[in-house]
Design a protein around this ligand. Structure first.
Ligand code: PGA
Length: 251
């Protein structure tokens, strides 16, 4: 049974980010009021940057506290130490964590320097930590031109879990400018699986710009298939796409 998630199309990314950030602040407050921390799944890439800027603005305005927020990031490049400027550890500090009141011990990001013989155990421990936190209340996603969510490239099974993945050539090409050339882009990553992501209670996928319009349409209206991992969101009971006018222009 498939019923497409709603596509919420906004005039621009700023309006989409304001809307979703206000919704998220309300969700965090209501979960905290029920007596427990809110568990957020976070994403990296160009897309969430204006969303994180809006969360920081709400925090500075006294409208959102991360004091009782626990986070799990989707993925990390294999081979990059946390201090590398292109690591997702660095990204998250720069774009969000350094600017809000989140306790360091509440932050979880896969370790890109884990030795090969410890990788499976590291991934299993990541899944265990999500479960121990009570599962993810809200998962933020971008979408790659391959249709990936996290780094679940074409062929990633519906029930995949956190694991080592190989990056698609298109994904590596898209990352090449920020790495100063394709040769510097890692070939592998650790990523939450499609199954991990789909267990989140609520999911918001963000996409901006004409370059995402075709894959957004395919994910929302095409077949549910492991060739486009975002298409699995069609089967999620509480997922929505937050789009600017250009990303929604093929719908
Ligand atoms: P982008 O990446 O936000 O940099 O476009 C999205 C993604 O690959 O998920």
């Amino acid at each position: 049974m498939t019923e497409s998630p709603p596509a919420r199309i906004f005039a621009d990314s700023a309006e989409a980010c304001r809307t979703l950030a206000a919704e998220l602040a309300g969700l965090v407050a209501s979960i905290n009021a029920s007596g427990r921390p809110a568990v957020l799944g976070l994403a990296t890439g160009r897309t969430p940057i204006p969303f994180y800027a809006e969360l920081i603005r709400l925090h500075r305005a006294g409208e959102l506290s991360f004091a009782r927020v626990v986070t799990f990031n989707l993925d990390e490049y294999l081979g990059l130490p946390a201090g590398h400027p292109e690591s997702y550890h660095s990204f998250m500090r720069r774009e969000l964590f350094d600017h809000v009141d989140i306790p360091a011990e509440n932050v979880h990001i896969p370790d890109g320097t884990i030795p090969p013989d410890q990788l499976d155990a590291h991934c299993a421990a990541y899944e265990d930590a999500i479960r121990a936190a009570g599962g993810i209340d809200f998962q933020l996603l971008g979408i790659g031109r391959t249709g990936h969510i996290g780094f679940n490239e074409p062929g990633s099974p519906r029930d995949s879990r956190t694991r080592k993945v190989e990056l698609d050539p298109i994904t590596r090409q898209d990352a090449a400018p920020s790495f100063g050339g394709l040769d510097h882009v890692p070939t592998h990553a650790i990523s939450m699986g499609c199954g991990t992501i789909l267990e989140a209670r609520r999911i918001a996928l963000l996409a901006w710009g004409k370059g995402k319009a075709a894959i957004v349409k395919e994910a929302l209206t095409g077949p549910v298939t492991d060739r486009v991992s975002a298409s699995f969101l069609q089967e999620h009971p509480d997922a929505a796409f937050y789009l600017d006018a250009e990303a929604g222009s093929d719908l």
